[in-house]
Design a protein around this ligand. Structure first.
Ligand code: ZN
Length: 292
């Protein structure tokens, strides 16, 4: 297992972590400069942040600073209530692949979606099996496009508390079942993003990481699970402040040959988003060395 205690060579910052500084939304260009100043080698930006800053400008800045993208957030949200909605999702996902290619991302992360309408507060139906079949078909179709573009797709299983509104793939086992069905050759075109926040509780986690193997382990996201958790979405903890044994999970990943970045992804509306970007990034670096 790699020793992270001496430097932060393998730290990546998911730019949602510093989306706000003292509660104020930060431009992605400012975030990139702050990361580059600290010798951070990789980021994983969100599409809305890229769109606001301009894809061309972000691409230029990333190249100027020699940054890598440990992933691009995000594609997915496949289920819809009608044919027009399914087509809109598909078209949007193709654009996400194109943007990921322009930014030379390691993978496009897929948050697959749940019951259509649920995220906006009113689900169109209660048929989660239908959503799961739409997710399967959506990934199958997108995979053809992504494969031709040489952009790996990383399914991110989300904690079951998000099954209704964000992702109806909730375990590594389910995600890998989809991978095995659609990419039986384990070509590297389709895999998983392992986010400790979503999967740390799973009694099958070690076995499923082993099942995944190197070619399916496309990304590793870290933060911590706070007790108590005050908000289901935006109360993630800094590594070391909660109950997740991150080095143990990283060890399981690396035993399979994973050698990529540990990407810090913290949504924290009352906590870290109220601090200065500089303090948050410096803390990420320190905790990456001590606790990841
Ligand atoms: Zn994640």
């Amino acid at each position: 297992m790699r020793n992270f205690s001496r430097d932060h060579r393998w730290l990546s910052i998911n730019t949602a972590t510093v989306r706000k500084s003292r509660g104020v939304e930060q431009p992605l260009t400012t975030i990139i400069e702050a990361c580059a100043q600290r010798g951070i080698k990789a980021i994983s930006p969100w599409r809305d942040q890229v769109a606001a800053a301009g894809l061309g400008e972000v691409s230029r800045l990333v190249k100027t600073h020699g940054l890598e993208l440990s992933g691009y957030c995000r594609g997915g949200m496949f289920p819809a209530a009608d044919a027009a909605g399914l087509k809109a999702a598909h078209d949007d996902n193709r654009r996400a692949v194109d943007e990921a290619c322009e930014l030379n991302a390691a993978c496009l992360v897929l948050v697959v979606g749940g019951l259509p309408g649920a995220l906006a507060g009113k689900a169109a139906h209660k048929d989660i099996a239908l959503s799961r079949s739409q997710v399967y078909d959506g990934i199958a179709t997108l995979l053809e496009y992504a494969r031709a573009a040489h952009m790996p797709l990383a399914i991110e299983p989300l904690h079951p508390m998000y099954a209704a509104d964000r992702a109806c793939i909730n375990t590594m086992e389910h995600a890998l079942d989809v991978c095995d069905a659609l990419d039986p050759g384990k070509t590297g075109a389709l895999g998983v993003a392992v986010d400790v926040y979503h999967v740390w509780w799973d009694p099958k986690l070690e076995a499923q990481i082993e099942r995944a193997g190197k070619n399916r382990l496309l990304a590793f996201h870290v933060c911590d699970w706070l007790t108590p958790t005050a908000d289901l979405l935006n109360d993630r903890g800094m590594m070391g402040d909660g109950v997740i044994d991150i080095p143990k999970i990283r060890g399981w990943m690396e035993a399979q040959g994973f050698a990529g970045y540990s990407e810090v992804e913290i949504f924290s509306s009352a906590g870290w988003w109220q601090r200065e970007t500089s303090e948050v990034l410096d803390t990420c670096i320190a905790r990456h060395r001590s606790t990841v």
